[in-house]
Every structure is written in C-alpha cells, then in structure tokens.
Design a protein around this ligand. Structure first.
Ligand code: SF4
Length: 335
C-alpha cells in the first residue's frame, strides 16, 4: 500500500522527511525567511524554544503549514543559539509533543492508511516493527525490540514478568508503545539539529537567536559547584548534570540524598537538577522534598551504601575511597 502523508500528519510529525518535501513543493525557499510576514513564525518558534527550555510542552496545533515552518525555524534557531542544554531541553519538549499526538492517533486509528502511516513512522525512524494485536486493541512488538528499549526503565510495570507475552511478542497499549520510543525521538531531533549545516543565517533569525541566547543562557548555566571534595560517584553525577545529560533515576536519588545529607537546602538541590533534559521544577521539588522527609512518607532517605552504588554501576572509586562503606564517609577517613 502506498502511504499518504498529509499536511495534517506533517504538522504533528514535522520531523518526517516528507515535511521537507512538502515545503519544497509549496515553493518555500530560504529567502522567504527574510520576508516580514515570517516574523510571526520566528516569534512563535522562539517562544516554543523558551517554553521547552523551561520544561513545558506545547501541544497546540495551528495551521498545518505554519506548524511545519515553526518546527523548521525552531531547528535553525536552536542550532544558532548553540547552547547544548537548550538543544537537549528543546529536543525533549518536541519529543513529548509528538508523543502526545502519536498516542492520541494510535488510540483512535482504525483506518488502514493510518495504520500504515504509524507502522512507517515507527519502522523508518526507530527501526521498531509494531503490529496491531489480534484483539484490535493492543499492539505487539518483538520481545527483543521490547527488551532493548525497556531495560533502562525503572518502573515495575516494564519488567517482563509483569507483561503479557505470547509467541515472541510483548503486548502493549498505545501509551506504552509511544513511551518505548520517547528517548529515541528526543535523540533523533537532537541529532538532526547537531548535524544541520546552515551556510548563511538569515538576518531576522540571527537577531532572534542572539536575543534568545541572552535570555536563555543564564537559565541553563550550570552553577559551578565546589566539587573537588565530593566523593568520585557524586562528582561524576554532578559532571553528567553539568553536561545536561540524562542521569538514571538511581543516580538522581544518590545525588539528592547526598547533597541533603551534607546540609544543602532543598532549593539548592533542586537547582542542581535544572540542567536535566527532562527537568520539571514542580516534580523535582516534590521528589527532593520527599527524599528530605518533608513530604510524603515523612521519612528522610539515607545516602545509599557504596555496595549498593557498586551494584548499580554508580561507583567510580579512586584510592581515596579505600575502607569506606558509604559516600558520606569520604574525606573523613583521610582527615
Ligand atoms: S567507593 Fe563509595 S564513595 Fe567511593 S566512588 Fe564508590 S560509591 Fe562513591
């Protein structure tokens, strides 16, 4: 079956290759970006980037052509801002936006054309083959594909023992299928920007990029911590955060409990996580307060032991760690 990708689909999934083709066929050229009527597109793209950097997800859907252009201009702007944490946060917010549309569309699709389109999106972009299960409600993916992606999820529901499995397939609902590729979608958008080659930046975009850089840089700058006296595991986690990379959940717990245990106030601990690509201040604050024992169970969590951190691959021991059983002892022995 030939797959028809309409403008409505491209507005929701503008990262598909067909979006570029659509713009070419509509006669869109680089010079258009200099025209005064592009101001609205550039401004919308700039606000999406600012919102994405603040951890917000935009799920509005405007005119189809406008959506495609806003996405294109956003990519160019993020490229020219050239701040890695902004790129990471923006990529994640675009991935979350597409995730929302994909989930909604997967839930209501019964049309064979639509099914073919989704199969194409998953196969082309993520090399993941999904089929509709015989009951017509669930989707099935190969066990190997499932395991490759779910192995880094921490929630119990993703463990194979808690899944419906039959004849080499794992059965998932629409939310779960999309959740499975969330990280890959963010990486795809990130890599697309990273590989972009823009020979000559249109003046209007250059000016907007300068404004955005000045506005966003202070918000994502990592506050240099006095990390030299921290144990290597904590130093490593802080460095990962400083590079705006993703830290696994167990490493976040280690970092937060350690910082709280050495007397950092909740505000400061929350601040440490602000570089995380998926940072959401409200959720982070709740989690840190929970670990500090001021919310939820009201039990203050202890820093995990070195043994536990070793089993979670979070230990980066050096000679200075000799003889200690908890990161809290680091430095004390030497003293
Ligand atoms: S031995 Fe303990 S303190 Fe040292 S890096 Fe490993 S987990 Fe951290």
């Amino acid at each position: 079956m030939s797959i028809r990708v309409g403008p409505g689909d491209l507005a929701k999934y503008p990262f598909l290759n067909e979006a570029g083709e659509y713009l070419r066929q509509s006669g869109f050229g680089w010079d258009e970006l200099e025209k005064p009527e592009m101001k609205e597109i550039i401004d919308t793209a700039a606000s999406r980037i600012a919102a994405g950097t603040a951890g917000q997800v935009n799920d509005s859907l405007e005119r189809y052509e406008k959506e495609i252009l806003v996405f294109l201009v956003s990519l160019i702007l993020v490229k020219s801002i050239s701040i890695e944490p902004v790129l990471k946060k923006y990529s994640l917010s675009e991935a979350r936006r597409a995730e929302k549309f994909l989930t909604e569309d997967l839930k209501k699709q019964t049309d064979p054309q639509k099914r073919a389109l989704f199969a194409k999106i998953f196969e082309d972009l993520f090399s993941l083959k999904i089929d509709v299960a015989e009951n017509g409600r669930l989707f099935k993916v190969k066990v190997t594909d499932y395991l490759r992606r779910s192995s880094h999820f921490h929630e119990q529901e993703w463990r194979m023992i808690n899944r419906l499995v039959s004849r080499g397939f794992v059965f998932l609902d629409a939310d779960e299928v999309v959740r499975l590729v969330r990280n890959e979608l963010a990486i795809l958008i990130h890599d697309r920007v990273a590989k972009m080659n823009i020979p000559q930046m249109p003046a209007a975009i250059r000016q907007k990029a300068d404004e955005l850089r000045a506005e966003l840089a202070p918000k994502v700058q990592y506050r240099a911590q006095a990390v030299t006296e921290y144990p290597p595991c904590i130093k490593h986690a802080l460095e990962v955060m400083g590079r705006a990379e993703n830290l696994p959940h167990s490493a976040r717990v280690m970092l937060a409990t350690y910082l709280l245990a050495v007397g950092k106030p909740v505000d400061e601990v929350v601040e440490v996580f602000k570089n995380a690509p998926d940072f959401n201040e409200k959720i982070t604050r709740y989690q840190v307060e929970h670990l500090a024992g001021t919310k939820g169970s009201r039990v203050k969590y202890s820093v995990p032991s070195c043994d536990k951190l070793r089993t979670e691959n979070l230990c980066f021991a050096t000679g200075d760690c000799a003889g200690i059983i908890n990161p809290m002892q680091f430095g004390r022995k030497r003293a």
